[in-house]
Design a binder for this molecule. Structure first.
Ligand code: 3HC
Length: 289
């Protein structure tokens, strides 16, 4: 198994920026790609903000922060990922967009580069099918917020090679994460359980006529959840959650997977949670909000 030294991250939204942050902190050279220079700057500022907070709180030496920041390069050119040993994709959750990207990455990167998708609910096998060498494609599913959540699901698609699969696992371990190995089934492990559970929570809002604040209090104080379901859906992004629900419902046809109408209406109204400044709650404009 070839050693991974440099990692490409395509898509530097909340997930991609978080993954890039974790990778530079672990000592990898990272090339982060976004579609515009402005979005590159936003992502770099976000990463520097969170690393800066770690320094202020005594969790990271200033020199280590500077070294980590020095390992990050952002670009708008996909060609700049040519030298990467592993590329992690974290773009929009649309199959066609991901397939197009993976086909392009195959042309840009060397034959040994492992190509990983951070998809939460799409089929890694279907993404891999757009390439000529599907054996090099795996899933590396990080959780939101990636710098704080230890789990990474390492997903074996139908044709993934053992080598690519184990490369993903080893890199996640070196990032200090707690990777688990699983197969490419709808929702993998956590979302197969969490998505219907969160949908149940949102349905209870209407059924029990409880407020989002009280539902969150109920689940944090009564079930020990670290954050309430409404806070969590706001963090994940209401559009992301609705999309994941729809993707799982399409595959599994279980009624609990279907997105609750309240969430669909919120998504349609542009109430996307933290990232849009308003979901179940209102948020300020600090990075990460
Ligand atoms: N990126 C980087 N750093 C961040 C961050 C982010 N997005 N958000 C917060 N931080 C940093 C901040 O610097 C913060 O410190 P500061 O406020 O002093 O600046 C620091 O982390 C600690 O933040 P908190 O005090 O909020 O940390 P907590 O100890 O309260 O834990 C938590 C936060 C780990 C997020 C905890 O609340 C939790 O476990 N929540 C549940 C999250 C969860 O379930 N995620 C999974 C979502 S499902 C998913 O991702 C799947 C997808 O496919 C849909």
């Amino acid at each position: 198994m070839a050693e991974v030294r440099s990692i490409g991250v395509v898509g530097l939204g909340a997930m991609g920026a978080g993954i890039a942050q974790v990778a530079i902190e672990a000592g990898y050279d990272v090339v982060g790609r976004e579609v515009s220079a402005d979005l590159c700057d936003v992502a770099a500022a976000r990463i520097e903000h969170f690393l800066g907070r770690k320094v202020e709180k005594g969790q990271l030496e200033a020199a280590d922060r500077d070294a980590a920041v020095g390992r990050l390069r952002t670009t708008t050119a996909l060609d700049d990922l040519a030298g990467c040993d592993l590329v992690i994709e974290a773009i929009v959750e649309e199959l066609a967009a991901k397939q197009e990207l993976f086909a392009a990455l195959e042309d840009v990167c060397g034959p040994d580069t492992v190509l990983a998708s951070n998809t939460s609910a799409l089929s890694v096998t279907e993404i891999a099918a757009a390439t000529h060498a599907p054996e090099r494609v795996i899933g590396m599913h990080f959780f939101n917020p990636a710098p704080l959540m230890p789990l990474v699901e390492i997903v074996r698609a139908e044709l993934s090679s053992d080598e690519a699969f184990e490369t993903g696992f080893t890199v996640a371990e070196r990032m200090g994460k707690a990777p688990v190995r699983c197969h490419d089934t709808p929702g993998f492990v956590v979302n197969r359980i969490l998505i219907p559970l969160l949908n149940d929570c949102i349905r209870v809002l209407d059924e029990a006529r409880v407020s989002p604040e009280d539902l969150d209090t109920a689940m944090t104080k009564g079930a020990g959840w670290p954050m309430g379901p409404c806070t969590l859906v706001d963090l994940v992004g209401i559009d992301v959650h609705v999309h994941a629900s729809e993707a799982l419902y399409e595959k599994l046809r279980e009624p609990r997977m279907a997105a609750p109408p309240r969430l669909v209406a919120m998504r349609n109204a542009g109430l996307l949670g933290r990232k849009s400044g308003r979901g179940f709650y209102r948020y300020g404009d600090a990075p990460g909000a």
